[in-house]
Design a protein around this ligand. Sequence first.
Ligand SMILES: [Zn+2]
Length: 193
Amino acid sequence: MSKEKYIGTKFNIVFVGDFHPTIREKESIKEMIKSGKATAKMGMKDENGGNISIKTKEGLIIKRTGAHPDSLKISDFVLVVQADKDTVWVKGKYEPSSESRLHYFVHQARPEIKCVFHAHDFLVLKSKQRFKEVAFLKPYSYGTMESARAVAQVAKTHEYIVQENHGVIALGKNIKNALDIITKYHEKFKLSA
Ligand SMILES: [Zn+2]
């Protein structure tokens, strides 16, 4: 969040059980933590740090809300099993990321995509450069259904989305692919600055 103060999640949360990630899911969580740190090294660093989600058979794995990006652990991740316009159903001990609905509806809009990668790329946000293959969205209040709908709509036809005053979103067939897209556009906007 660049401009707006963080006030927590903006939906109801229903806890529906424990989350015990499989060995493979634990590996994916570690990769998400590492990829988040890689974007921090590129300057995408603030107290929130964005968020990454991966799709599993049961739902999507995403970090809990309020977890600091520098000290993320496997236990900071939860499983979102369902969402609608008011409510998010979650397995795990913690409230899911305030952007859980956005991730959920983007995964719904693009079933072939496995990873939704959201970062606060300040270099891209400051740039006046426009690329025609990139979706540029007007500012929305973070974590709202309005912003989730707007992103899910353009996600049908774009792999990279810029949310004015907020951040960027990449859609990847896996975590590495999504990080590569984030990196590719970071470099592309940097070169054209
Ligand atoms: Zn954000």
